[in-house]
Design a protein around this ligand. Structure first.
Ligand code: ZN
Length: 142
């Protein structure tokens, strides 16, 4: 069996760089406010001049909140059959972002709020016959 081609679930949101996985966003040169996903303008009301540049974030974060997804998500989200509940978390990143992402773990009930997590780019589903493997950003407990 040949290895499935890794296809990004969304374009322009994340990258697998030489330094590891990163989220792709923006940062204001004037006030340093970070944005994910990319923003065309700065939304900080105290900012004197919107001046955005591309920025990459990750891979470290801390789990701020977490919930268990107990029912299959609607398309286009993919998941393994039969459906198994998985954890979705809000992660605080040291760059000043709070980012939503699936938590990559075999035991969603054991995920601890406050725990350190690491950004990974992994398949959303690992089963199926497809020659393509849909990958996205996720957070893995450390
Ligand atoms: Zn700004």
């Amino acid at each position: 069996m040949s290895e499935a081609e890794r296809v990004h679930a969304a374009q322009g949101l994340f990258a697998e760089t030489a330094q590891g996985p990163r989220l792709l966003g923006s940062k204001c040169r004037t006030c340093s406010t970070p944005y994910f996903p990319r923003s065309e303008s700065c939304h900080n009301p105290d900012c004197s001049q919107s001046d955005l540049e591309d920025a990459a974030f990750g891979p470290h974060g801390k789990l701020w909140s977490c919930a268990i997804q107990n029912y299959p998500p609607p398309p286009p989200v993919v998941y393994d059959e039969p459906f198994a509940p998985y954890a979705v978390g809000l992660v605080d990143m040291p760059e000043g972002l709070r980012v939503l992402g699936r938590i990559l773990t075999d035991d969603p009930q054991a995920v601890e709020v406050g725990g350190e997590v690491e950004l990974v780019i992994e398949p959303l589903a690992t089963s199926g016959e497809s020659a393509q493997q849909l990958v996205s950003w996720q957070f893995k407990p450390r």
